[in-house]
Design a binder for this molecule. Structure first.
Ligand SMILES: Cc1ncc(COP(=O)(O)O)c(C=O)c1O
Length: 395
């Protein structure tokens, strides 16, 4: 008998789709995969070299539960110089990817039944992570006309004495929108008034096409005190498989996270941590070059999508996703159950393009495509989507 906790958990939609595509690709080479949230670049050489050096120098023993001091120092510098937030080194904890940092944060904050606000559309894993640690995800609807950014008016409708935290993805997966400072300030004030912690998931912070990105914790000292800043190397340095993420928070929370992590995993692989040290110390130019390519792909995708009627989308300012409204095609399709799953399944079967159904992010009128694939694949995939939509309209 498995635990009751597990009966409530849905397997990851995106990981499920990836496995399906891997199997399909073995048989059918012609599939365009626009579903994957993984950079198509290799990890920069200097990051790999630091890992190799660590192996040769026998830096392969247990180390601090909260992560290597050398790495935490470069993270401290990064947060200060790029995000204008000063954290002490021991307020930073390095974990097995941002996923792990978020789960650790929830474990540190939540008691059984505590509520966590999750604005819709949300990243697939947030609700399941909250449930796994005994919390209750509380979804809040956001307005398309406000680019799906949550407002205090919306938060007021659902806050209560059990509300413990809110998770904000900024830049957002799946929409790619970015909260500006003036939009964050009222949210921070609301959270301060209601004793709510902010888990600010900034994993896409470097993949940003605007000049005025602001980390939530940089708003004020008070904001910093209630915010757990989450970041990592998976997306920015194309280091998904190395599994390095980190949290930065007030000392009390950082100590709690470190204690939890110490018992669960001791610490992330020292080799991977040295690679992350290399990436943050020496690979800024490579990371910037990747962002430039993503921006070019964003522009290309936007220009093609604009011409595909009746689809519409929110113009993304960061991350590498486009969240596409497919609702205008509902009347042309004879579906049962989830519309976005039906649409995505048919797109895969008939046009050999993989996308993620919006229901995975809590919104069934949408699909998400990723442009973390090659530009050629992106263009081919979008052209196939255009043909598919044309066919559906004429059915
Ligand atoms: C919004 C968001 N947060 C966190 C993660 C997890 O990142 P990591 O690979 O560092 O665990 C992802 C990965 O898809 C993501 O999209």
């Amino acid at each position: 008998m498995l635990s009751k906790r597990l009966s409530n958990i849905t397997p990851s939609f995106t990981i499920g789709i990836s496995s399906k595509i891997k199997k399909l690709k073995e048989k059918e080479l012609n599939i365009i995969n626009l579903s994957i949230g993984e950079p198509d670049f290799f990890t920069p050489d200097r990051a790999k070299e630091e890992a190799i050096k660590a192996i040769h120098n026998n830096k392969t023993k247990y180390d601090l539960a909260s992560g290597l001091n050398e790495l935490k120092k470069v993270i401290q510098n990064k947060l200060l110089s790029e995000n204008e937030i000063y954290y002490e080194v021991d307020e930073i904890v390095v974990s097995n990817g941002a996923k792990h940092s978020i789960t650790n944060s929830l474990l540190a904050l939540l008691d059984e039944g505590d509520e966590v606000i999750i604005p819709k559309p949300y990243w697939v894993s947030y609700p399941e992570m909250v449930k796994l640690v005994g919390g209750k995800p509380i979804f809040v609807d956001t307005d398309k006309s406000n680019n799906f950014k949550v407002t205090v008016g919306e938060l007021k409708k659902i806050v209560n004495t059990k509300t413990k935290a809110i998770i904000i993805s900024n830049p957002s997966n799946p929409v790619g929108i970015i909260y500006r400072e003036k939009e964050l300030i009222p949210i921070v004030e609301f959270c301060l008034e209601n004793n709510i912690y902010i888990i600010s998931d900034e994993i896409y912070e470097k993949i940003c096409y605007i000049d005025d990105y602001k980390s939530t914790a940089a708003i004020s000292d008070e904001a910093k005190d209630i915010t757990i800043t989450i970041n990592g190397l998976s997306k920015s340095a194309s280091m998904t498989g190395w599994r390095v993420g980190y949290s930065a928070s007030n000392r009390e929370i950082a100590d709690a996270i470190s204690t939890i992590q110490g018992h669960l995993i001791s610490h992330p692989s020292t080799i991977s941590q040295w690679a992350a040290f290399g990436a943050l110390s020496y690979c800024e130019e490579e990371m910037k070059a990747m962002v430039k390519i993503y921006k070019g792909r964003r522009d290309k995708a936007v220009s093609i999508l604009k011409e595909i009627e009746p689809l519409s989308f929110i113009y993304p300012e960061g991350a590498f996703y486009l969240f596409i409204d497919i609702s205008q095609l509902k009347q042309n399709m004879d579906y049962n159950g989830s519309f976005s799953v039906y649409f995505a399944d048919r797109l895969l079967e008939e046009s050999k393009v993989a996308v993620v159904p919006g229901i995975a992010f809590g919104m069934d009128d949408y699909i998400r495509i990723s442009y973390a694939c090659s530009t050629d694949e992106l263009i081919e995939g979008l052209n196939r989507i255009a043909e598919f939509v044309h066919k559906i309209k004429n059915e």
